[in-house]
Design a binder for this molecule. Structure first.
Ligand SMILES: NC(=O)c1ccc[n+]([C@@H]2O[C@H](COP(=O)([O-])OP(=O)(O)OC[C@H]3O[C@@H](n4cnc5c(N)ncnc54)[C@H](OP(=O)(O)O)[C@@H]3O)[C@@H](O)[C@H]2O)c1
Length: 289
C-alpha cells in the first residue's frame, strides 16, 4: 500500500515499480466496503495491481495493512465520486502514477428510502443520482479516451436487480439503477469496435453493509467474496450483462414481464428502507438489491 496524507499515493522504489509494472491494473470505486472491497481482494489474490477509491481512506488503509499488500500492488485514492473534480483528480493521478488500467469498476453507490410526496426527500434523491449515475460517468470518462487509443480495456458498471422495475419506497434507488442499465448499454454501443468493452453487473442480494439490516428475507443472499469471483469471471469473458447470482437473473426476467397489476400486488406491503433524515450523514444500508 502506498498513500500520502492527501489520499494520493507516493512513488515507491523504481526497482520495485519496474519489477511489477507488467501486472495488470484494476481501478475500483467503492473499495472501502462490500462489493468493491471483495473485488479488490479477489484481484489482489490474482496478482493484479490495485487502484482503490473511496471517501474513507483510513478504512482502505486498514484493509491493505490487514492483507499485508506490498507497496507495488496497491495505491489508494480518497475521492468522492459525487464530486466530478474529486474523482477526476483520482483517475488522473492513477493514470500518471500507475498507468492505464485494464479494468475500471464503478461500484461506489448509496441507497436510501424515499417518500416521493416529501420535499425533504428531494436532496436524498439528488445525492443518490449524483453518486450512482453522475459518479459512474465521471469515473469512466477519464479512461475512455486513453482506452480507445490503446484499443482495449473494460469498463464495468454495477447496476442492480432493483433497476428492472420501480420498487415502491425506493424511487430514488430504483430509478438510479434503471439509469445505470441504460447508461452502460449506451456506452457499450458508443464503444463498439473500439476494443473497449462494457460489462453491466446486476447484483441480487449480496451480504454487505448495504443489505445487512434488511428487515425481510433476501432470496439467494450471496457472500461478497463469491459475488466477486463470479463478477471477475464475467469481466474476464467480456460479458455485456450479467445478473449475480444467476437465480436472481430469472427473478429479474420474471419481474420484467409481470403485468403492472400483478407487480403492484406482489410488492404491496413489502419492507422499505428508512428514509434519510435531515442531517443524517449515513449513506449505508438498504433493503433493495
Ligand atoms: N449489496 C447488494 O446486495 C447490492 C445489490 C445490488 C446492487 N448493489 C450495488 O453495489 C454497489 C456496492 O454496494 P455495496 O453493497 O458494496 O455497498 P456498501 O458496502 O455500502 O459500499 C458502498 C461503497 O461505495 C462507496 N461510496 C459511497 N458513496 C461514495 C461517494 N460519494 N464517493 C466515493 N465512494 C462512495 C463507499 O465508500 P465510502 O463511504 O468510504 O466513500 C463504499 O465503499 C452499489 O452501487 C450498490 O448499489 C449492491
Amino acid at each position: 500500500m502506498n498513500t500520502d496524507p492527501t489520499g494520493a499515493s507516493t512513488p515507491t522504489t523504481a526497482a520495485a515499480t519496474d519489477a511489477h509494472a507488467n501486472a495488470p491494473l484494476v481501478f475500483i470505486t467503492g473499495a472501502s466496503s462490500g462489493l468493491g472491497q471483495a473485488l479488490a481482494a479477489h484481484y489482489a489474490r490474482q496478482g493484479w495491481r490495485l487502484a482503490l477509491v473511496a471517501r474513507r481512506l483510513s478504512v482502505m488503509q486498514a484493509w491493505c495493512e490487514h492483507l499485508q499488500l506490498p507497496p507495488w500492488q496497491c495505491r489508494l485514492y480518497a475521492a468522492d465520486v459525487a464530486e466530478p473534480a474529486s474523482i477526476r483528480a483520482a483517475a488522473e493521478q492513477c493514470l500518471a502514477q500507475q498507468g492505464l488500467p485494464q479494468v475500471v469498476i464503478a461500484s461506489a453507490g448509496i441507497s436510501h428510502g424515499i417518500d416521493t410526496g416529501c420535499w425533504e426527500d428531494l436532496p436524498a434523491m439528488q445525492q443518490i443520482w449524483q453518486t450512482n449515475n453522475l459518479g459512474m460517468a465521471a469515473t469512466f470518462i477519464p479512461f475512455i479516451g486513453p482506452m480507445r487509443t490503446r484499443g482495449s480495456g473494460s469498463l464495468v458498471g454495477v447496476a442492480s436487480v432493483a433497476g428492472v422495475r420501480g420498487l415502491p419506497g425506493h424511487a430514488g434507488y430504483s430509478a438510479s439503477k434503471a439509469a445505470v442499465l441504460a447508461y452502460c448499454e449506451s456506452l457499450r454501443g458508443d464503444l463498439r469496435g473500439s476494443g473497449v468493452k462494457v460489462t453491466t453487473i446486476s447484483p441480487g442480494f449480496i451480504d454487505t453493509a448495504m443489505t445487512r439490516d434488511n428487515p425481510f428475507p433476501m432470496p439467494f443472499l450471496m457472500p461478497a467474496d463469491a459475488f466477486a469471483r463470479q463478477a471477475a469471471a464475467a469481466i474476464a469473458r467480456q460479458s455485456s450483462y450479467v445478473v449475480i447470482p444467476w437465480q436472481m437473473g430469472w427473478l429479474a426476467r420474471l419481474l420484467r414481464v409481470l403485468p403492472d397489476w400483478l407487480f403492484d400486488w406482489a410488492l404491496a406491503g413489502r419492507g422499505r428502507k428508512p428514509r434519510k433524515t435531515p442531517g443524517d450523514g449515513q449513506d449505508k444500508g438498504g433493503p433493495q438489491p
